[in-house]
Design a protein around this ligand. Sequence first.
Ligand SMILES: [Fe+2]
Ligand SMILES: [Fe+2]
Length: 502
Amino acid sequence: MKGKNGEKSSKKKLIASSAGLFFLHYVILLAIIFLFMIYYDPDHWLEYIEKNLNILLYMILCILLLFIAVYGYYFSEHRDRMQSPKMITAMFCVLDLCIALSCFMGQAIHIYARPAALMALLCLLLFSKREAIFWNFIFGILLFVIDTYTNYTPDGIGGTGIMANSAVYSALIVSVTAGLLAIYFGSRIKTRISIVVLSIPITIPVLVVILLLEMGQLDFLSKDLGIFLGFGVIGGLSSTIFFIAFLPIFEGIFNILTVFRVRELTTSDAKLMIKLKEEAPGTFSHCMVVAQIAEMCASALGENVELARAAALYHDMGKLSKPECFTENQSGYNVHDELSPELSVDIIRSHTKEGHDLILAHRLPELFADVAQQHHGTLPIKYFYYKAKRMTDGEVRIEDYSYPGPKPKSKIAAIIMIVDAAEAASRALVNRTVDNVEKVVREIIEERVDLNQFSDCDITMKDLDTIRKTIVASLTGVYHHRVNYPAIKFGREGKIETKDRI
Ligand SMILES: [Fe+2]
Ligand SMILES: [Fe+2]
């Protein structure tokens, strides 16, 4: 009962705080629109407002209705967004920027030269495909309302004004179709710079609409038609150029993880990856294998594959402060032979917190930092616990020999926790048969379930079973048994020597 009351009050708080933020951004958008009314006609804007108060009031209410619809959509479909003021602010900053650029380009150049697909492209990369489609329609409607009810003149500097009204009405269809095509093709693009190629499918609907609208009014081969088509090309190009310019700014300010950023951070050219490769090569190769298997597990569970791979690559960055203290970087000499178990365990368990801090200090995504901190949960560090017990007659507290946590809070963190341990354990197996790997992975999962390590994330027993099968399949593939062919050496005068491999 207490839980239900708590849930109700947190839901009320969420409704109140997110509604307040929505209203604040509604007021900011209105301020931008009124600033553009001054820009459109600096000499007569006040006169326009005085004469058209009822029309402007109608516009203000139309936009309020749109904001209520947006709020309802997010509350029912994307409640996770509502819990993050940072993401709500990011969303409306994208909207404000796109409206401002469209109003400016529309007046300074021409209505057809607006970056019609910019909103759709930014939302696609910064948020999600579904939200990009939703915002694409909202953006088109908003522009239409602004064009219709402010003192905006659609012909701008280069236009003739012949198709003024039709041009305003067509802005809606141009914006929606260009945006939808940008979403369709944009979700297939692999690198930032190749987004420029998107200018072609974005420009096509703009040109078709301009042709259909203007052909009846102007000569088919007239100069004006050519100018309008030129404006359409500017519209397509400006969408992608503004996108390339503003995407890194949004990524940086709001620390949003886009597919481009994930790909850039997971190449071996990424700054921390280079450092890991040079200073802790054993940890680097361990992370590469963990990343490969975590990616497969994420795919099997329907989780974000690229995020799982990236977070796995960064999970052991904390070992960079003392790489020689971790087995995978040792060759023969073990520093822990000379240290007390208390000191050893302090070094080992601090790598989770140090990894978290190092990742954040490099302004890398919070998800990577969270996984680095959570990948050992609150598990005991068994080897040093038993070493301490052997060396003392007094009581040894298991908590003093355990990782500080927190436990995994997401499915991706849970996957990486299991894959991390399974990779290390199977590497140590002398006989890496399918049965042995299966046994080890099963024990790892059972131990973590028994120690209640998955109580803070929504992973199910079915998910754990899928993870186990995927790890066994990939580990036996990664470390498959090679046929022991004899080594063959060609000597002088065609002499061939053979010997068994070591
Ligand atoms: Fe670790
Ligand atoms: Fe690890």
